[in-house]
Design a protein around this ligand. Structure first.
Ligand code: ARG
Length: 463
């Protein structure tokens, strides 16, 4: 007889129960309960398959299926009592099933191990999150397209080194983020397609001697096919790592955009006004309206990338097949997923609600000698100067304007001719911001007509 306190699921060879500290370090029920619905879906598919292949009786399978539905409703309505002694979600559910349906519950674990079970549950959970990320990214892209369409021809300064470089359009800037989040979307879809294989039925590590049908369980759970190698299937966490790396890159994009919103909403820039719904006030300074959501989004990339690093470190030295180290995968992924989804939703809300301040954008677009390149291009086009010489002449004109404390269009023709005698009044036509952006018609350029083409293209992709 084993000690009464030894584990009821695997205590056969144990004379005593675990030390309290052993139980504390071993248990995952505190977090893996989030996979309850996936665990029950996996068990239902497994039981149905065991009956279809004659491994268990139909009546046992029916009792198991019914019991699992009851367990799920208990978990959903909060009446389920989770036990740390039962270690994880898999054993908590099986133990409760036993209480409800009795002996047939003991047959559910035939031709299965917690190793393929947890791999299956976790894949299903991550797959749901990839689907949620797809939805979130699509919503964010649509919000950006709304901004881009409204402001396809609003001029603003484009920056390099955060120094005014050349005028661009608001629409073009929004569309840059559409490209970034569009790549995230394609990474999400790639990851989903690659991870959609079923580990169920690979059992502990070697497969099983029972005549199971892994195609059947794979199909029932929406997988494209069963995973081909049992050792790999139970020890692979690439799907979690890919999720975390896709999330990290996306969070990095969100962070960059958040940083711009923080800068743009400052009193010094006034490029955008964030809505009250996505801003906070200060407890002491009545005038303050703070971009807290943007700042928090900017920070999220830290923990998400941290999760990616942490799981890489967990996995890097593990021999095949399962090791308990792998239980450390879930909290990282859960936390990263929660925060990625939240950041996507918050960014979507901010983008949807924010107002671009056209006047501030336009004023800034024309300052800082932003059309110097247009002037150099004019010298090349009209006076046939080599670009390097044109660059030099333009530099001298900028220095002249700087000395006079004015912008390039404010220089007189006489002033300009002191630098290069052949310059004509025609040059003033290219010094305006509107001309500058309209002229950048090269494919991928900032011209409003180009922006509108891209908006239309993307609308077709995201609806
Ligand atoms: N709670 C475990 C985990 O999350 C389930 C698998 C346990 N398997 C084992 N052989 N101890 O990884």
């Amino acid at each position: 007889m084993t000690d009464q306190s030894s584990n009821q699921m695997w205590g056969g060879r144990f004379a005593a129960g675990p030390d309290a500290i052993m139980e504390a370090i071993n248990a995952s029920i505190g977090f893996d309960r989030r996979m309850a619905a996936q665990d029950i879906a996996g068990s239902r598919a497994h039981a149905a398959m065991l009956a279809a292949t004659g491994v268990i009786s139909d009546s046992d399978a029916q009792a198991i299926a019914k019991g699992l539905i009851t367990v799920l409703s208990e978990i959903e309505d909060g009446s389920f009592e989770f036990s740390t002694a039962l270690e994880d979600i898999h054993m908590n559910i099986e133990a409760r099933l036993k209480e409800i349906v009795g002996e047939p519950a003991g047959r559910l674990h035939t031709a299965r191990s917690r190793n393929d079970q947890v791999a299956t549950d976790f894949r299903l959970w991550v797959r749901d999150q990839l689907d949620a990320a797809e939805t979130g990214l699509l919503a964010l892209i649509r919000a950006l397209l709304g901004q881009a369409e409204a402001g396809a021809d609003w001029a603003m300064p484009g920056f390099t080194h955060l120094q005014t470089a050349q005028p661009v359009t608001w629409g073009h800037h929004m569309m840059a983020y559409v490209e970034m989040f569009g790549r995230d979307l394609s990474r999400v879809r790639d990851a989903r397609a690659r991870m959609n294989e079923s580990p169920l039925g690979t059992a502990a590590l070697a497969g099983t001697s029972f005549p199971i049908d892994r195609e059947m369980t794979a199909r029932a759970l929406g997988f494209d096919r069963p995973a081909a190698n049992s050792l790999d299937a139970v020890s692979d966490r690439d799907f979690a790592l890919e999720f975390l790396s896709v999330a990290s890159i996306s969070a990095m994009h969100l962070s960059r955009m958040a940083e711009e919103l923080v800068i743009w909403s400052s009193a010094q820039f006034r490029f955008v006004t964030l809505s009250d719904r996505f801003s906070t006030g200060s407890s002491i300074m009545p005038q303050k309206k703070n971009p807290d959501a943007a700042e928090l989004i900017r920070a999220k990339v830290g923990r998400i990338f941290g999760a990616n690093t942490a799981l890489m470190m967990v996995m890097k030295g593990l021999p095949l097949a399962y090791s308990k180290d792998m239980q450390e995968d879930k909290e990282q992924v859960f936390d990263a997923a929660d925060n990625w989804m939240l950041a996507l939703a918050a960014m979507e809300g901010m983008v949807r609600d924010m107002t671009a301040n056209r006047d501030s954008l336009a004023a800034a677009a024309g300052s800082g000698f932003s059309t110097a390149t247009d002037l150099a291009d004019w010298l090349v086009r009209v006076l046939d100067l080599p670009f390097r010489d044109a660059h030099h002449v333009t530099g001298a004109l900028v220095a002249l304007a700087e000395n006079k404390g004015c912008d390039l269009p404010d220089l007189s023709l006489q002033d300009m001719q002191t630098v290069h005698g052949d310059i004509t009044a025609d040059v003033f036509g290219v010094l305006g911001v509107e001309n500058s952006v309209n002229s950048r018609m090269s494919y991928g350029g900032t011209a409003p007509a180009r922006v509108r083409e891209q908006v239309e293209l993307w609308k077709g992709r995201v609806t």
